[in-house]
Ligand binder design. Structure first.
Ligand SMILES: O=C(O)Cc1cc(O)ccc1O
Ligand SMILES: [Fe+2]
Length: 462
């Protein structure tokens, strides 16, 4: 007779396999990985043997021009059961709320804030990651590989015999509610809120979710994310390269007689093609062009320990550079828990007008410049030169606070997608989502003049 332990073993094994997903490490490393079921599946000493080990097909995935300098050259070799080209023709499908049309609606220079974006209830409508993609804002030109889009995903169902790849750019995915089990051609990644992952251009992936799930996506066209230079900081700090994790090779040799759907975002439009096998059929791979994930808790925070508020660029996790030195298509910046120790300083973010566009999201907790109104799963956008800063409460409190060392942002994680492009909001963002907070401007209305024309002495804390 089977013991209970034996009966539950396969189930438990499945769960454990999911939770114990293994990884390689190191940002941009040259990696090699074989599914342990097929030892020796990577060809030795060459990329294109006449016949590959285990009779696999060799396929190169190029993430940069062949001729890019070595420092930016990116490609991987995939050894797979069938090549990606085995599929029926692509046909256009319903776009839903995915767009790259930045002229849908007139520009709006106001400070914009959104309440938490609503996740559809699974009991009412089953929505997977692709159906749940909504473009909130963006700018630039998809065809000339210059620009970005910010999407919100709102879903409750796993992608069933369906994967997607993006011909237009890289996806930096920030789950906010619910974990993502991401199947990729390179292996599996489990990405929980407070972790992020990057699925680079062309990589096929499929997402399993376990509850009503929400998150943010920063898509950059034509460039890849890099670690920011550290300058005088030195060789270590901020996001350290070793903390970026890369999946290990994992394949399934699964026939899908009913059809497997490959979705492609191509020049901003969605297309679907049918094939009859799982695309996660890569037995081994090597290269430096891979998906990766990163736990935001590993960010080594650097900040002022004397006086004044440093610019938030000190919190840059990843940057997608433009061709102009120091100017990003988009930066991914976080506001992690840390100590505030500055003396004689107004510690919260300063009042600000910026030539860059600042989109902010909140993974958990609250944001230091706004106690209310900016909630986890919501967002805000301060466009080019749009004034913003601490709300009136925050200003009053911080101007009077005793400046003892204090924990800032404990248990919270806000982030910013900052772009040199002037971001445009979509019709979904301004109207259809109905999450726009029409009262945002009111958080600054109570700000009053403290001007004392006859006395230079500032009124300090009591
Ligand atoms: O809240 C913001 O607008 C983001 C931000 C934070 C900060 O610490 C300094 C400048 C800035 O734009
Ligand atoms: Fe700002």
């Amino acid at each position: 007779m089977l013991s209970l332990k034996n009966q539950t073993a396969p189930l438990l094994k499945g769960i454990l396999e999911t939770l114990n997903t293994r990884y390689l490490s190191g940002f941009g490393n040259e990696c090699a990985s074989e599914d342990p079921r097929c030892p020796g599946s990577l060809p030795e000493g060459q990329n294109n043997p006449q016949v590959c080990p285990y009779n696999l097909y060799a396929e190169q995935l190029s993430g940069s021009a062949f001729t890019c300098p070595r420092s930016t050259n990116k490609r991987s070799w995939l050894y797979r059961i069938l090549p990606s080209v085995s599929h029926k023709p692509f046909e256009a499908i319903d776009q839903g709320h995915v767009t790259h049309n930045w002229d849908e609606i007139a520009p709006d220079p106001n400070q914009l804030r959104w309440k938490p974006f609503e996740i559809p209830k699974a009991s009412q409508k089953q929505v997977d990651f692709v159906k749940g993609l909504h473009t909130l804002c963006g700018a630039g030109d998809i065809r000339s590989n210059n620009g970005l889009a910010i999407h919100i995903f709102l879903c409750n169902t796993s992608m069933e015999n369906k994967c997607i790849y993006n011909s237009d750019g890289d996806f930096l995915i920030v789950p906010q509610k619910g974990k993502l089990l991401i199947y990729t051609e390179f292996g599996k990644m489990l990405v929980k809120p407070n972790e992020i992952c990057v699925i680079q251009r062309g990589m096929r992936f499929s997402i399993d979710v376990f509850e009503e799930t929400r998150g943010y996506i920063l898509e950059v066209y034509g460039v890849h994310f890099e670690l920011p230079d550290l300058g005088p900081i030195g060789a270590n700090g901020l996001a350290n390269p070793r903390d970026f994790l890369i999946p290990v090779a994992w394949y399934e040799d699964r026939q899908v007689p009913g059809g497997y759907t490959v979705i492609n975002k191509y020049q901003g439009k969605l297309f679907a093609a049918r094939q009859y096998f799982s695309p996660f059929n890569v037995v081994a791979w090597h290269g430096n062009y891979t998906p990766y994930k990163y736990n935001l808790e590993n960010f080594m925070v650097i900040n002022s320990v004397a006086f004044d508020h440093a610019d938030p660029s000190i919190f840059t996790v990843l940057t997608a550079k433009s061709v102009r030195p120091g100017v990003a298509i988009a930066d991914f910046v976080i506001f992690p828990p840390r100590w505030g120790v500055t003396e004689k300083t107004f510690r919260p973010p300063y009042y600000h007008r910026n030539c860059m566009s600042e989109f902010m999201g909140l993974i958990k907790g609250h944001y230091e410049a706004k106690q209310g109104g900016f909630l986890p799963g919501g967002g805000s956008l301060h466009g080019a030169m749009t004034p913003h800063g601490p709300d009136a409460d925050c200003f009053e409190r911080a101007s009077k606070a005793k400046l003892a060392p204090e924990r800032i942002a404990d248990g919270t994680m806000a982030f910013m997608f900052e772009s040199s492009l002037s971001l445009v909001v979509t019709e979904w963002g301004l109207k259809i989502s109905s999450c726009l907070d029409g009262n945002y401007y009111k958080c600054w209305e109570p700000l009053k003049s403290h001007f004392t024309p006859n006395s230079k002495n500032p009124t300090g804390p009591n």
